[in-house]
Design a protein around this ligand. Structure first.
Ligand SMILES: [Zn+2]
Length: 199
């Protein structure tokens, strides 16, 4: 498994897990990983949740921050981390929701629309931003978000709809938006708004 910068960030950012050892552990026993209970770290013993591999109950936490380097093992090296705990842990943290990008971006001036079985690249004629809970019936965006309609014609299929956490018109009188999944490759290419143009 490759440890890219995003995963590294998530590992650092994810304190509710701790390395732990069982009561019977020797210096050669692997470290296990447990999700911390409400009582937090128990370095003196008395851990109150089992490790992810469920192999034991009693033990103590190690005061060692979980880092990607702990999971990079040479073939002949003694394994530091219990393989079952490691697999479970990595699966848990990589399953988390994609991050939300919160940079302000300009709504684009051209959009692609599907019409009459053709894909068209059209200039946007108008932008309409509907607040959460106030979307029109034809809007496909969930009501918890701001819905941005970009109209490039009077017929509804000449509109593109997108959902955002926030939308507003800035001092340049342009529609600016922010708050969507950073996995969205299309919107991540939209131009960033300079700091002094956000208000
Ligand atoms: Zn384990």
């Amino acid at each position: 498994m490759e440890f890219d910068s995003e995963l590294r960030h998530r590992l650092d950012d994810h304190p509710p897990f701790a390395f732990c050892e069982s009561v019977g552990a020797s210096g050669r026993s692997p470290w296990h990983i447990r999700p911390l209970g409400p009582a937090g770290l128990k370095p003196g013993g008395g851990i109150d949740t089992p490790p992810l591999c469920k192999r034991f109950t009693g033990g103590w936490d190690l005061l060692v921050k979980i880092r990607p380097a702990h999971f990079k093992q040479q073939k002949d090296e003694r394994r530091i981390v219990c393989p079952k705990c490691q697999d479970e842990y990595l699966a848990l943290i990589t399953k988390r929701e994609p991050e939300v990008d919160r940079a302000w971006r300009y709504a684009p001036q051209q959009v692609t629309v599907h019409a009459d079985d053709r894909l068209l690249w059209l200039n946007v004629e108008s932008y309409v931003a509907y607040p959460p809970g106030k979307h029109p019936s034809e809007c496909p965006i969930e009501q918890t978000l701001w819905a941005l309609q970009m109209r490039s014609g009077t017929l509804h299929f000449y509109s593109r709809w997108w959902g955002f956490e926030e939308a507003k018109i800035n001092s340049e009188l342009r529609m600016i938006v922010r708050g969507f999944s950073s996995n969205d490759e299309v919107r991540m290419k939209w131009d960033l708004v300079p700091e002094d143009k956000i208000t």
